[in-house]
Ligand binder design. Structure first.
Ligand code: HAM
Length: 439
């Protein structure tokens, strides 16, 4: 069995059978990963940055259960969608309820809205795992993680612009430069029905040229063909009717306003008429961010859109909404590919070395932590020499040594680990010294 995670945090592609190696050592399930320190520190920073962007735009954190009634996703995302029809993790609990591990983050948010009826507009952000039984490969996992926002209660195109610009600002804030935004409109139900029928007719006249899968299924779900990345389907859909030509006046006006808003903010985008996305709840605006530094099959680092009929579809009041989800793993792969967001790993301020054999390290590290300094120490009654070795390895800037003499005199020995210089400091002045505020 190879390493799943290299010290840099980069992963090798998981293989089938990874979870059951000879010898019976237990491993994480295929397509699911542990995120070890220090890689996890990047995640911590990423979530904090996202929280900041979201909060600046008035979005509050929402936490919902990782399990939901299976019916929620069937009704919201659609039984016919790959995500629900083929990939959802379902289980029956001990009480006989059928539950699903969330395959995505939007339906649970709208369910929470319908359940609690908070006042509108309701703007939330989340950081959540999502589970899809996909074929694992680099950038595609069975458990991935999403950062997202959802805004309910307005169909103002200005809200679409706010949501899209929030994501764009977040990518830019990480230093990502090679992110392409595609925008489309799925129109309203009537538009979609007219369009679907025209698309079906077009596909029927090119049925022989479609890939095997879609030659069989295009009559039932013609929109899915637009999503197909296989070259046969790509070349057929190149000339397919475009949904933007089937929008009614209101939906066309909505799209025009969204585009105007993006232009006004200087956010570059491309109108992509084939962008239908794989989840059934979308109406009007859809969008996707692709990292051109990644391989095209897994280069979507975020996507979203409007879902004005979703709250009603799951039994709530008619309430428009829009949001996006950003895949954390893919985002970090894109950052690696572009050489940005190489978050510095934090190191402790001090390593406390105990030369008393008593409780000096315990007491001093507690004192320093209470003053807001990162203090680590050794355990297991190691020798002074061994503790100093640990101090070197810890990356701390200073070792603070407390021996019997220092304890008696009320001092500590402060050793700068880079330079090896030592100085004696009165214990009550240690915090000021470490903060660079010494008299
Ligand atoms: P989605 O496009 O299915 O949309 O997923 C959002 C993002 O999650 C993708 O752009 C990608 O970065 C990441 N992602 C999806 N599946 C995987 C996977 N198997 N492995 C790694 N990363 C993955 C949604 O889920 C919608 N709920 C987004 C949304 C929010 N729409 C409106 N509001």
């Amino acid at each position: 069995m190879g390493e799943e995670q290299s010290p840099s945090g980069r992963r090798r592609a998981p293989r089938e059978g990874d979870e059951a190696p000879a010898g019976g050592t237990l491993r994480a399930p295929v397509g699911m990963h542990d995120v070890l320190w220090p890689e996890s520190e990047r995640w911590e920073t990423l979530v904090a940055l996202f929280a900041r962007h979201a909060r600046l735009a008035g979005y509050g954190l929402l936490i919902t259960p990782v399990l939901e009634d299976t019916g929620l996703f069937r009704r919201a995302v659609g039984d016919e969608s790959e995500v629900v029809g083929k990939e959802m993790y379902e289980l029956t609990d001990r009480g006989g309820r059928t539950l699903a591990l969330r395959p995505e983050g939007t339906a649970p948010v709208v369910r929470a809205f319908v359940q609690h009826r908070p006042s509108l507009p309701w703007k939330v952000w989340y950081a959540t795992p999502a589970f899809r039984y996909e074929r694992p490969q680099a950038g595609r996992y069975r458990q991935h993680h999403q950062l997202g926002v959802e805004a309910l209660g307005s169909d103002d195109p200005g809200l679409d612009v706010e949501v899209i610009s929030l994501a764009a600002g977040f990518y830019a804030g990480l230093g990502l430069r090679r992110i392409d935004l595609s925008v489309n409109s799925m129109g309203c139900q009537a538009d979609r029905a007219r369009y679907t029928s025209a698309l079906r007719d077009y596909l029927a006249s090119h049925a022989d040229e479609l890939c095997d899968e879609h030659r069989k299924s295009f009559t039932l779900s013609p929109l899915r063909v637009l999503d197909c990345k296989r070259p046969q389907c790509r070349s057929v859909t190149e000339g397919a009717p475009k949904i933007v030509d089937y929008l009614d006046e209101e939906c066309a006006g909505h799209l025009a306003s969204v585009r105007g808003g993006l232009d006004a903010l200087g956010i570059p985008y491309r109108l992509e008429p084939r962008l239908v996305r794989g989840l059934d709840y979308y109406t009007r605006t859809t969008f996707e961010f692709a990292a051109s530094a990644l391989e095209s099959a897994q280069n979507a680092v975020g996507g979203g859109g409007r879902y004005d009929g979703l709250a009603e579809a799951i039994g709530g009041p008619s309430t428009p909404g829009i949001g996006f989800g950003i895949g954390i793993e893919r985002l970090l792969l894109a950052c690696d590919a572009e050489g940005c967001f190489d978050a510095a790993h934090s190191v402790p301020d001090v390593f406390v070395v105990d030369g008393t054999g008593g409780g000096a390290a315990r007491d001093l590290s507690a004192e320093l932590r209470a003053a807001g300094l990162a203090a680590v120490r050794g355990f297991d009654d190691r020798s002074l020499k061994a503790q100093l070795k640990l101090a070197d390895r810890s990356g701390a800037r200073y070792a603070v040594i407390v021996g019997a003499r220092e304890l008696e005199e009320g001092t500590v020995t402060l050793r700068s680990l880079g330079e090896g210089r030592q100085t004696t400091v009165p214990r009550e002045q240690l915090v000021a010294w470490l903060r660079g505020e010494a008299p």
